[in-house]
Design a protein around this ligand. Structure first.
Ligand code: DNO
Length: 399
């Protein structure tokens, strides 16, 4: 019986996110963690502008110097004007197409993006102390509503929530010190790593106002018309587009969200049937919903999954969740990885994966780290996931 041990023999291509030269985690460290792929973006280029070949090649070279490749772009951000179909959105779509062509010419052929209005991923607490003393990211519903209804005082917030929810949120707010309220606001609107945008309270309300009159149906149709423009370009250049799900996977702040559940993903894939119109399967985001059966979704969408984020969340009855260890929490990681191995086997490809987020732990507790993206927590996540895949691969061979 041949034993699979070499890292090239894994089905999933082990990768980590790197935020560029400013990232406190170096490329050398990522290499030492066992990765061959780097997931990155040209964060210094403002949203909406074309990524030039020169800048792309420069980044590729930085990565190649450490013996790895830039396998996935995360993300080429979709300008807000495209999501709302306003202002210069036609020009921004043209720019997006050019960025796809430029990346393809350089050989970078998987692109992640999202279509979440205004905010990318959202948490209320970036240093939630877990029972073992490591720190995790958390979304606490009452704190979020407290921000929305009583700090931001969003018009219409009263109708978004029930009276009980508002009462609980008010109590939660009253329990916080002024510094805690400021921190909560910062956590929600100042921009988490990779979000590309941060806001003051005023700017934030203005950004929300641009979605007036845009409901789910309209947002979905704006997404589909964007896809109808860009996927033919992706087809020409052999680029796989991978949409990231909403995080958390439901409407927040009265904004529509259309990439949260199985039927949303199905609608997106059906609307533009090319395989290049695909998914970034993020188990942490999708796993917050109990009605998302993740292993089943992997098997159903197997041909259209171009990139994978592996992470587990644990929810409670109040609707809060925190990021648990990668093999714990509510996500059936064994089932997900088993389906991914089967999908890679049948497609005869290596699907890039990254351990998504990780706890701030050990020496990293003393360091300034990007929330969710410290070195040691992700190293632990990757090591566990690699072991899980290794076990599944060998047992599938033997059975
Ligand atoms: C958070 C990330 C997201 C993701 C974007 C993709 O950690 O998973 O910021 O990169 O939503 O466009």
């Amino acid at each position: 019986m041949e034993r699979l041990v070499k890292s090239e023999s894994f089905y999933m291509q082990q990768s980590m996110r790197w935020f560029g030269p400013q990232d406190p985690v170096s490329l050398s460290f990522i290499r030492q963690a066992g990765c061959s792929g780097i997931v990155t973006a040209l964060h210094h280029i403002p949203n909406g502008e074309v990524w030039t070949t020169q800048e792309i090649v420069k980044r590729q070279k930085e990565i190649a110097d450490f013996g790895m490749i830039w396998n996935v772009v995360e993300s080429v951000p979709v300008h807000e004007a495209i999501k709302t179909q306003s202002g210069n959105y036609i020009q921004y779509i043209e720019n997006y197409k050019q960025t796809i062509r430029n990346l393809a010419n350089c050989g970078v052929k998987i692109i992640t993006y999202n279509f979440m209005p205004v905010l990318d991923w959202t948490r209320t607490d970036l240093a939630y102390v877990t029972t073992d003393g490591s720190k995790a990211l958390r979304f606490e519903k009452a704190a979020f509503i407290a921000f929305d209804a009583f700090v931001l005082k969003r018009k219409g917030a009263e109708t978004t929530y029930s009276e009980t929810e508002l009462d609980e949120a008010k109590q939660r707010l009253d329990s916080m010190s002024a510094a805690e309220v400021t921190l909560l606001q910062k956590n929600i609107i100042a921009g988490l790593p990779g979000s590309e945008e941060g806001f003051t309270l005023d700017e934030f309300q203005k950004a929300l106002d641009t979605y007036k009159g845009i409901d789910e149906e309209r947002l979905r149709s704006n997404l589909i018309s964007f896809l109808k423009e860009i996927i033919p370009v992706a087809d020409e250049c052999g680029v796989k587009m991978a949409i990231h799900p909403d995080d958390p996977p439901y409407s927040i702040l009265g904004l529509p969200r259309v990439v949260s559940k199985e039927s949303d993903l199905q609608a997106i894939l059906d609307a533009v049937p090319s395989t290049n119109n695909g998914l970034c399967f993020c188990t942490g985001s999708l796993g917050v919903r109990e009605d998302n059966d993740l292993p089943n979704m992997v098997s159903k969408f197997a041909d259209r999954i171009h990139f994978v984020h592996l992470r587990s969340t644990r929810r409670n009855e109040q609707g809060d969740f925190y990021e648990d260890n990668h093999l714990e929490g509510d996500v059936n990681m064994f089932g997900v990885v088993r389906e991914l191995v089967k999908a890679s086997q049948s497609r005869k490809i290596n699907i890039p994966m990254r351990p998504d987020h990780g706890h701030q732990m050990l020496d990293d507790l003393e360091k300034i780290t990007n929330p969710g993206y410290s070195a040691i927590g992700r190293l632990r996540g990757l090591a566990e996931l690699r072991g899980l895949e290794f076990g599944i691969m060998n047992s599938l061979k033997e059975i």
